[in-house]
Design a protein around this ligand. Sequence first.
Ligand code: GLN
Length: 309
Amino acid sequence: MAIMVLQSFRPVLDTIAEEIANLDGRGRPADYIPALAAGDPRHFGMAVADLDGTVYGVGEWQRPFSTQSVTKVYTLALALAHEGEILWEHVGREPSGNPFNSLVQLEYENGIPRNPFINAGALVVTDRLHRLTGDASGALRDFLRAESGNDGLDFDRDVAASETAHGDRNAALAHFMASYDNITTPVPTLLREYFRQCSIEASCADLAVATGFLARHGIRADGTRLLTRSQAKQVNAVMLTCGTYDAAGDFAYRVGLPGKSGVGGAIIAVVPGRCTLCVWSPGLDARGNSVAGVAALDRFTTITGLSVF
Ligand code: GLN
């Protein structure tokens, strides 16, 4: 198939939105977090940002939603920028093959989580970032505001409270890792930071633009460098292999891009050197990935030929 020469992403987004409107079986919202349970799977938005931050969108691409685990990419990038290789002594970078909130591998592997994108790994990254900055969730919010250009971007206190009230599993993960000295922030403080992080509200436009540093090989929106070129490659690689949990193989097969999902229904994806994407639809499959979101990204890379392969 010939690769399209794109003047604008708008026509391809329109085509995808039409196809997604006819998609049957769109999954179910995350109901283990009561504040997300009312999410309607018929919602759909998608945005693509060029390297210079020009953004194209379709559907509800400017509507804010709960970003959830998509934020794990940005905390990883911030922690890596602060402490570099030391981070990898505390968290691995192998796919887990297990659900995102699983406890089973942690005891066999001495409290070192498989990767930064399952909940255990993200708790470790947030712990590191909190030690390094004194305010992990604030550092994340400031970073996302700066990169997206949206100063109004903020936490959703209702979602954070809802997760806190139903956070036994994440609390169990944090306490267990603390018993291996792989968490040093007091667990209640760490959980507060982690739930705030997950509760950040942003739109497809915000996240597509804010993820640009990963397509620009580590360069932030203001032209300064956050990550070395090699670190940006590393984050993209971990997104490809671990960003959609135990569906990462199928996601790589269908989409062929580094991507990261969240149970709010968002998925971000990176075409290094070219553009960044964010798609949102709250209906999830059994592994916690947006059904319409994966389908839309699958169509995007198939139609445009823009993929890392
Ligand atoms: N806040 C969610 C949790 O900790 C994030 C999970 C996700 O988006 N996959 O369970």
